[in-house]
Design a protein around this ligand. Structure first.
Ligand code: SF4
Length: 320
């Protein structure tokens, strides 16, 4: 059974100006659809990567997976339980402790006034669990030293801080860790070390990852499956091999052409050509059509449905 099952997931934000401004400017309410009808499943002990440019909805999906945001419609099931509709408090609590999130910025996600020991054990302590020796054990598992437990976050480099974040995420023995751009705030020389550590921990702890990234090459060697998002919609899903060897969606092809060739490290990622459309007024039909080099008339009129082609899933009228 899939550990994560996302069905028809959408999230809409009300981005209207205040009422008085709207009356004076004669404007109606404005809504932004950050995520629209997204479906995917994540198998236990696998890594599912969600990739897209900024504004693609990937972080919004991550927040819905861990329960920081509620879906506007659709469902997120973790271990068969939909947190948004479940009423049994014990089940909700059990699932919550099974999910952890690692954020992009290790500088902002650690309380500067707490010692590392207290930061790491907090998720367990807040549930009344045993914390004796836990921080020290986890620090060693993430490649830091036992003595680091008594230090404060400012005494560490960016890469070391992300290791502390990982240790904290592991403290409650989660099944699922949602990692939102876990290496993009780090120096390129440190990115590979942190990704390698995450890979090792996945095997050691039997973890499942949802890995959110703007960079296809970073996720290539980590992911078992990659979902490509464009303007809130999943446009292609495939194994890394299929996606890199035979990308079917023009947007994936554009992302790959823009990506560095050297395993994602050592070079800046060039943004793909063209501008991302205004998500409050997305283009008709296929939202990618203003940037698509092979767009036809049908693309402006009709939104392409997701189809299965040779074991890949693609939402494009012309993908064959
Ligand atoms: Fe391009 Fe049309 Fe395919 Fe959209 S549906 S990606 S516009 S060819």
């Amino acid at each position: 059974m899939a550990l994560v099952r996302v069905k028809n997931l959408s999230r809409v934000f009300d981005v209207s100006k205040p009422w008085l401004n709207r009356v004076i400017e004669r404007r109606s309410k404005a809504f932004l659809t950050a995520v629209s009808e997204v479906d995917f499943e994540v198998e236990p002990r696998s890594t599912y990567a969600l990739v897209g440019e900024s504004g693609s909805g990937k972080s919004t999906i991550g927040k819905m997976l861990v329960g920081l945001l509620k879906p506007s419609s659709g469902t997120v099931e973790i271990e068969g339980i939909d947190l948004a509709s479940e009423t049994d408090a014990a089940k909700i609590d059990a699932i919550r402790s099974d999910i952890q999130m690692i954020f992009q910025d290790p500088y902002a996600s650690l309380n500067p006034r707490w010692r590392v020991r207290d930061i790491i054990v907090e998720p367990v302590a807040s549930r009344g669990g045993r914390t004796e020796g836990l921080a020290e054990k986890l620090l060693e598992q993430v490649g830091l030293s036992v003595q680091d437990a008594g230090k404060f976050p400012h005494e560490f480099s960016g890469g070391q801080r992300q290791r502390i974040c990982i240790a904290r995420a592991l403290a409650s023995e989660p099944n699922l860790i949602v990692c939102d751009e876990p290496t993009s705030a780090l120096d390129v020389s440190v990115q590979a070390q942190v990704l390698n550590l995450m890979s090792d921990l996945k095997d050691d702890f039997g973890l499942t990852y949802v890995l959110i990234s703007h960079d296809l090459t970073v996720v290539r060697h980590m992911a078992d499956k990659i979902g490509v998002l464009y303007l809130g919609r999943l446009v292609e899903e495939a194994s890394p091999n299929d996606l890199f060897e035979t990308p079917k969606h023009p947007y994936t092809q554009m992302l790959l052409e823009a990506a560095p060739q050297m395993d994602g490290f050592g070079r800046e990622v060039q943004p793909p050509e063209g501008e991302i459309p205004d998500p409050i007024n997305p283009p008709s039909g296929c939202a990618f059509h203003p940037r698509c080099p092979i767009a036809q008339d049908i693309c402006k009129r009709q939104r392409p449905e997701m189809r299965s082609i040779n074991g890949m899933r693609v939402a494009c009228h012309l993908a064959e």
